[in-house]
Design a protein around this ligand. Structure first.
Ligand SMILES: Nc1ncnc2c1ncn2[C@@H]1O[C@H](COP(=O)(O)OP(=O)(O)OP(=O)(O)O)[C@@H](O)[C@H]1O
Length: 224
């Protein structure tokens, strides 16, 4: 059985006409945890955006969760996104509604319709991120670390094949960053979801060594 969730072969990553990364080659399998490191501006976000089809893969081959990035049609992108959980640095919760309404909004957009299934999945993911009691809180009533946990819960709702996390600890202090990283390790272990986490915080990687892919000078090296 092919258990690849990401595969890039001779891929070239562009932002409009600018070539950002050349000849990118790596594969990530189901259940792997991988760091994506590189300085600011080295192309980590551009690479992740290509993986969730926010940028087109114009040259080379790429597959994510069974979708071919070179031939994917616009109308298939929501189906690709259902197989990927995306976590951003700035959490991106809807500030005008509570945690429950944030998660319900996302699930309805993703096609969930049965109330009992929605409620039971929300309970499961909030338990998994260690925040079962915050359903009725507004985002501004939560700390940064808690908001990021809710964003991670949201990313887990569809039981994705992989989570793509773009600097998820970038807005958090060192102690909270480690808590979030440990939460990703737990999710990776418990649900066997692959995780690709972009960071420029080398101290995190030194402390918790894992497979690491490195963006530098327009190239990507698999350091493992
Ligand atoms: N929307 C855009 N249009 C044109 N160029 C862009 C765009 N977004 C990013 N770039 C350029 O692409 C290059 C890579 O940026 P990218 O954001 O992918 O790097 P990064 O490693 O994620 O950095 P950071 O950690 O600061 O987000 C940079 O030179 C940046 O200026």
């Amino acid at each position: 059985m092919n258990n690849e969730v990401i595969s890039l072969k001779n891929a070239y990553i562009y932002q409009k006409e600018s070539l950002i990364l050349s000849d990118v080659n790596f594969t990530i399998h189901k259940g792997e945890f991988v760091f994506l490191i590189g300085k600011t501006g080295s192309g980590k976000s551009s690479l992740l955006k290509t993986l969730y089809a926010d940028l087109w893969l114009e040259k080379g081959d790429g597959k994510v969760a069974g979708f071919d990035l070179t031939t994917i049609k616009h109308k298939q992108i929501p189906f690709l996104r259902r197989k990927i959980g995306i976590v951003f640095q700035d959490f991106q919760l809807l500030s005008d509604r509570n945690v429950m309404a944030n998660l319900v909004f996302f699930m309805e957009a993703m096609g969930w319709s049965k109330n009992n299934e929605i409620v039971s999945r929300i309970t499961e993911v909030l338990d998994l991120v260690g925040l079962p009691e915050v359903l009725h809180k507004m985002p501004h009533q939560l700390s940064g670390g808690e908001q990021q946990r809710i964003a991670i819960a949201r990313a887990l709702l569809n039981n994705p094949d992989i989570i793509l996390a773009d600097e998820p600890t970038g807005n958090l202090d060192p102690e909270k960053s480690i808590e979030i990283l440990k939460l990703f390790f737990k999710i990776n272990e418990v649900s066997n979801t692959a995780i690709l986490m972009a960071t420029h915080e080398l101290d995190l990687i030194e402390r918790f060594p894992k497979r690491t892919i490195f963006c530098d000078n327009g190239r990507v090296d698999d350091l493992t």
